[in-house]
Design a protein around this ligand. Structure first.
Ligand SMILES: [Zn+2]
Length: 62
């Protein structure tokens, strides 16, 4: 989740995999705004393929 936060604040910066720590984490924004945010995280180093779902209701804008 920290990787998502960092990516949202600086989308152009290289992301680190939350699992193996390797840089080059790929994050795809598949959000269905304004209802929810979906991010697909894929890492070639460890094979991570995770979907992160962030409900937008009650989530403070930062
Ligand atoms: Zn990884």
């Amino acid at each position: 989740m920290a990787a998502i936060t960092a990516w949202r604040s600086d989308p152009d910066a290289p992301c680190r995999c939350p699992v193996c720590g390797a840089s080059g984490l790929a994050i795809v924004d598949r959000s269905a705004r304004p209802y929810a945010e979906w991010y697909v995280l894929t890492c070639e180093s460890c094979g991570l393929d995770a979907t992160v779902h962030i409900p937008m209701a009650g989530v403070p804008e930062t």
